[in-house]
Design a protein around this ligand. Sequence first.
Ligand SMILES: [Zn+2]
Length: 495
Amino acid sequence: MIKEGWEAVIGMEVHAQLATSSKIFCGCAVETGGEPNSNTCPVCLGLPGALPVLNRRVIELGARAALALGLEIQETSVFSRKNYFYPDLPKGYQISQYDKPFSANGTLTIMTSERDDQGRAVEWKPMKIHIERMHLEEDAGKNVHEGLPDVDKYSYVDLNRAGTPLGEIVTAPDFRTSWQAYDYVNHVRSALRWIGASDADMEKGNLRCEANVSVRRVGETGFNNKSELKNLNSVRFMQKAIEFEIERQIDAHEKGEPVNQETRLWDEKNQCTRVMRSKEDAHDYRYFPEPDLQPLVVTSEFIESVRREMPELPDAMRDRFVTDYSLSFADASHLVSDKDLAFFYEAAAEASGNPRVTANFILSELQRELNNSGRSAADCPFPPGELASLIKTLDSGSINNNQAKEVLVEMFASGKSASDVITEKGFKQVSDETAIAKYVDEVIARNQDNVDAYRAGNEKLFGFFVGQVMKASEGKANPKVVNEILRSKLQSNDG
Ligand SMILES: [Zn+2]
């Protein structure tokens, strides 16, 4: 929660590694875990005279990513040199894009919610995010240090990663809370995986994010100094770092202390952010157009061919679920937050003929089981058709809602079919009126005192009778039928 009278202003930068098999400007393989410097050549080693050649696959995957994030692909974009010196950057500059990015002006609708003390979502609401640009660039290599933290004995440079293609996705400063930023990054991650543009795995470093955070008093329109949070290894660390930073800055402003423009890191051990470098060290990159590459021209035919090869996008699928299956926007959004889950849902909904109840079961029961077991819907122990058959049985009235939930849990644990579990648990519900009337008669005969009291006006006793009939039927009587028969028998005086 942000202190009253203040608001946070947060912009996000996400670097996504595009899932190509070779690098962006040379033929070297992109792979993790290879022998250091084994996937290198004169181009990605930055040797004099070596010339870059743009990898077409980067453009295809970049176009996929742009379309999935609601960005407009620019007809002409230009690669530029971003000049700075660092040992993992042998050329002394990074080939990136500057004033003419590959794509720009995107609008993305995400679902977001604040969280309570336990980290549970309070209320999911749609939020429109403006994505300023996604440009294409090459990654740098990696510096590896040995002997830290006491003595920096040796440092090595591994250039296997140098020249790996990245899409850098930059938003407007639209976020006001850490959880909005958290939900945004998860949305982007899921969308990029959905269309196969990136593995988007933060642990492996192929999705990296930075948050620009500043605070201001509510009503102010200008911006105060911001800090740039870097090296965030997980979405959760990022959220915590932003939260810490908001409080730290508000505190400093209120005490009249300076808030410097600086880069900060998240220290998970001490749960705080620390200064990495201050504005004084800020780079002046002296961008200029890369003379060894032509401007990149993308035709509308190319964009159309990429669009045709793409699977249905999550946003389109969400809207279709709302229209075709009468789901709420929030439910449909949650179903499409994960591709496997969305496809599982659609198959089950079609087979069950009851899309609403199918969505309820997936979003509550099944998702809980999946989360607890750390599986994705693709590894669900039973196929969508089995969930459909469970829901059909529920709809026929032969089991009740609680029983259906219990059956689902058992199906998940054992991988057995719905009908096997229902039989094993003895869950065949009795809806036959003659059979239930018999139970009702027995109960009325055994409890004449209570029957008299009920008829004299003690209506609270109705629940007692329902309980007795359910007990007599060993829990198998259909409660709806029990209610109807009990009511009619208790009202008529023929006992
Ligand atoms: Zn190379």
